[in-house]
Design a protein around this ligand. Sequence first.
Ligand code: HMG
Ligand code: MG
Length: 298
Amino acid sequence: GLPARVRIHEVGPRDGLQNEKGQVPTEVKAEFIRRLADAGLTTVEATSFVHPKWVPQLADAEQLFPLVSALPVALPVLVPNDRGLDRALSLGATRIAVFASATESFAKANLNRTVDEALAMFEPVVARAKAEGVHVRGYLSMCFGDPWEGPVPVHQVVRVCKALMDMGCDELSLGDTIGVATPGHVAELLTALDADRVPATALGVHFHDTYGQALANTLAALQHGVTTVDASAGGLGGCPYAKSATGNLATEDLVWMLHGLGIDTGVDLGRLTATSVWMAGHLGRPSPSRTVRALSHQ
Ligand code: HMG
Ligand code: MG
């Protein structure tokens, strides 16, 4: 059966904006986050404490975070290493996410490390975060296919998932970074994880919509007991270190499907759509979300 409620993990301000070429003013980012919270999203991934040269768009994390930290929503931030954790903790962040890769090619491109070197980099970060009472999400990228390596074997994904759980992550997010997954593959991975004692209750799913499969994949995940779904307002996004990655599943498309299924999200679709139209104005191009276009006659 399907869940009665789904928690949407909104990644627009982070995954959505990280690949944007033109610098988005810090105050516009803050207003984006405020509007998302106002639309009923309870988890809004705010920014990343990564090396500013690697993701220049998010180099204003120190200026942005204090502008939104008092909002009554969870505001996770990406943290790759000790330096990133220092920066996040000094601003009072209470939720972080480390981000691993299931493939060697992407680990190298995104973190300048092998898969296992990256895990070794995260281990002290997760331990210190947990000791500070900070909630830790573990992202895992390239769970289905990799632009350099092709299809990714399920056992390879399961191994890194288990390593992240053993490290002490509170939840994992399974990333289809380049959007090549299809529902059968999603079911296969979730079944394998469950058999290896990584239950769906500990998992979120993170679909990019490159091939238009994100909603179908989400439905497959819900049927397997997943209740946390990542999405990006207006379908913004893409990873700068993964060629062929397009935007995430649009939050509006997700909300349309979930509400149609009678699944509660707490999100006001009208307010959310208005937010994406407002953001599209700042970015200078229409939202790629079908639902945003349909509801706004954009
Ligand atoms: P590196 O070059 O190996 O860094 O990069 P290093 O550890 O050798 O340090 C080099 C210098 O960087 C040092 O400075 C450090 O202090 C500094 P120096 O001593 O030379 O003056 N440094 C930092 N400065 C500020 N903040 C930090 C930091 N760390 C080191 N945190 C590193 C390694 C991990 C830093 C780099 O590869 C990096 O920042 N990568 C981030 C890439 C990224 O953010 N990608 C996008 C997010 S992942 C994603 O989008 C996928 C996801 O959405 C899921 C999916 O779709 O699959 C999550
Ligand atoms: Mg992503």
